[in-house]
Design a protein around this ligand. Sequence first.
Ligand SMILES: NC(=O)C1=CN([C@@H]2O[C@H](COP(=O)(O)OP(=O)(O)OC[C@H]3O[C@@H](n4cnc5c(N)ncnc54)[C@H](OP(=O)(O)O)[C@@H]3O)[C@@H](O)[C@H]2O)[C@@H](O)CC1
Ligand SMILES: Nc1ncnc2c1ncn2[C@@H]1O[C@H](COP(=O)(O)OP(=O)(O)O)[C@@H](O)[C@H]1O
Ligand SMILES: [K+]
Length: 487
Amino acid sequence: MKTAYTADQIRQAEQALMARLPEGTLMQRAASGLASVCADLLGRVYASRVVLLVGSGDNGGDALYAGQRLARRGARVEAVTAGSKTHEAGLRALLDAGGRVLDPSAAGAAIETADLIIDGLVGIGASGALREPYAELAKAVAAARGHVVAVDVPSGVDASTGRVEGAAVRARVTVTMGAYKTGLLVDPGAAYAGRVELVDIGLGAYLPDPDVAALTGADLDVLLPRPRNESDKYRRGVVGVAAGSDLFTGAAVLAVGGALRGGAGMVRYAGRAAPVAQVRSHWPEAVVTQLDAPSIDRVGRVQAWVLGPGLGTDDWAHELAAAVLASDVPVLIDADGLTLVAKDRTLLRRAAPVLITPHAGELSRLIGAGRDAIEAARLDHARRAAAELGVTVLLKGSTTVVAEDSRPVRVNTTGTSWLATGGTGDVLAGLAGALLAQGLSCYDAASCAAYLHGVAGRLAADGAPLAAGDVASALPAAIRAVTSTNS
Ligand SMILES: NC(=O)C1=CN([C@@H]2O[C@H](COP(=O)(O)OP(=O)(O)OC[C@H]3O[C@@H](n4cnc5c(N)ncnc54)[C@H](OP(=O)(O)O)[C@@H]3O)[C@@H](O)[C@H]2O)[C@@H](O)CC1
Ligand SMILES: Nc1ncnc2c1ncn2[C@@H]1O[C@H](COP(=O)(O)OP(=O)(O)O)[C@@H](O)[C@H]1O
Ligand SMILES: [K+]
């Protein structure tokens, strides 16, 4: 599990650790790790041209001491000082090693042509949008031809939330100190961070419970259910899919596809005539019930339901949603199911668990917040929705996040923007439903599904456009990639 922390959490841990160490130790550890990542990127340090962007705080101090180390190895290091003050000892160290301070008027040209730019403008001490001249420097970095390395967090990205309010440095690599910051894992911040390298400065023992967590392949290997000798199709879990309509038949096909590839023992599909015909012809493996009334009485027992993709929002769909939600098993609600719930909250009054899988637009209808506001602050809104609605929330988008009351938000780091194409959400719903049917909690099913969906998206795309069906087809390879045994 990769864990991440807010700026306040990091600061408190740092203070506890600093109290036990000689002054300056942590900054030297940070600068040493930073310089070594920079040297690797440069390949040949001697005679390389390095520009340091130095703010008024300790983030600038890290950059100056790393600059000192590179200057000692023969790099030509120039510092652009942006603040009203500069870390004094760090600046002296740089100058003693042969570095120099650049006149601000020369900063733009130097940034553009340097082999490496180190962004030490602001770190966890920043508040609000970058002020001038910081913002201007961050914009100038966009024209840089060399490597851009951010110290701790890219300046302009809020370390605690990933929010970006104005100009921000777009880094190729972010070298972060002691522990991941939440803003490095959640968009829009994550998109500015590039590859994140963690430098161990000894903070581990002082860190509290994390603010957010991201599953790794090893976690999936532990969490994903596997069939055992005594397994049969019923014991492995049966998932019901209530999706599709005369207008949207494809959503039913894709959701069933995701469910079939998600490891359930059996998939039961229930719907109207047109999607039934499509599901039958695409998936002979599914057990299909054509509904002549909006009821699940004839469908047979399931361990979890997927409700909503392409279902429509008419009275018939509402009645079917009510019937599914009246069952005593976990229900995943997606797409049109969410529109129905937004109109009629009483549908959510049930004892068994509910997992909702909205994108920002769907969540905005559920909690009355603007779509843009949700995208800018995904964590806050997912947390709020989980608390207000009393459900587990998987908020889809460029960074998918999973929130449940009183638990660290799980953020997914495997996604790819190739997934931004119609129907991939239906596959995700089917997959997560299959994991619920196999006994995973909403929290684990949602976060494992997001992980596998992202990996499958990458495998299916492989640098070229994908169709949603390809994601379902790539799910077995994604599962194989994270599970070490096939038993
Ligand atoms: N603590 C430790 O043990 C270790 C810490 N380490 C490092 O220290 C970093 C934290 O250092 P920090 O606390 O000095 O804050 P930091 O991020 O450099 O900048 C804060 C200053 O910036 C300014 N400023 C604020 N907002 C602004 C804005 N919007 N636009 C423009 N300016 C703005 C404001 O100054 P002002 O100009 O307002 O006087 C404020 O004082 C951390 O990220 C890591 O890199 C590592 O060495 C490991 C050990
Ligand atoms: N920019 C992006 N980067 C990564 N994943 C994305 C991006 N945009 C969308 N996705 C993913 O693609 C899927 C789209 O789902 P959804 O919006 O429900 O579409 P549909 O309803 O057409 O299936 C979600 O899993 C979402 O997280
Ligand atoms: K920075």
